[in-house]
Write a protein that binds this ligand. Sequence first.
Ligand code: SF4
Length: 318
Amino acid sequence: MGEQGSDGGRETEKPTEKAPVKKKSTASATGSASTSTTAKKGARAPGAAGAKPAAAGKPAKAESRTALVRRARRINRELAEVFPYAHPELDFENPFQLVVATVLSAQTTDLRVNQTTPALFAKYPTPEDLAAANPEEVEEILRPTGFFRAKTRSVIGLSKMLAEDFGGEVPGRLEDLVKLPGVGRKTAFVVLGNAFGRPGITVDTHFQRLVRRWKWTQETDPDKIEAAVGALFPKSEWTDLSHHVIWHGRRICHARKPACGACPIAPLCPAYGEGETDPDKARKLLKYEKGGFPGQRLNPPQAYLDAGGRPAPPLDAA
Ligand code: SF4
């Protein structure tokens, strides 16, 4: 997830294959919509005949702080059931690979980064290797990710700094990480959260859009959003919360056409109706595993595969 958003904010990004797999049932395509806590508590599945999202149309100012905290936490719990396998969507085997992949993900998709990094890390497995690389050779490898000259400068520059100032190791402190070329707060939080287990909120383009739709905050500045949303949740939940929100934004609550009619948290969403409410039409808008398509990682975690998710194709097969 780069500084401009791991999907680059480009909701036009489509899965690279057209529904090649066995078709999933509606219930499975929308994750645990049918088994979510909403369902358990008796709310009808969104999009079901007669379903009336409870929060739709309610003015946000009528909601107390306590009610907001409860609703926000309930949304996160629901999303945890819909995406129990949520994980960082960049392939990485160590902190060095994660920080490089995260820098590369600016203005492109995690899928494209994942299709590009195997060749990069095969040739330059350590910071020392990449620090000593011929920039033109790195540019050729990184070309598919876009902005490849600037990205080459960043990853060689950060590798040099890691090799010279940090003993070849990625530092586990925010103040050190943001000194690395191409690394801002968002990239640093991705690395801290996913390579070091330190809680952090990743305010990317999806996160910003969804928390606004859910009226969790009116802030527009990413740092202020981070603080406002962070205050709604225990710190220990921040990293998973970020995954849940971003996964929901990538698969269901899209920028231009949110799939409201297939959304498992519609009863909790003040923006229900902003997108397609017809269940059949909404289901066709679902992406990645929720739509029966491959995911973004070439090497996803086992939990994702166990849930029926499929790996992304390598670059030459895309
Ligand atoms: S898809 Fe629709 S109902 Fe679901 S969270 Fe997004 S705007 Fe709300």
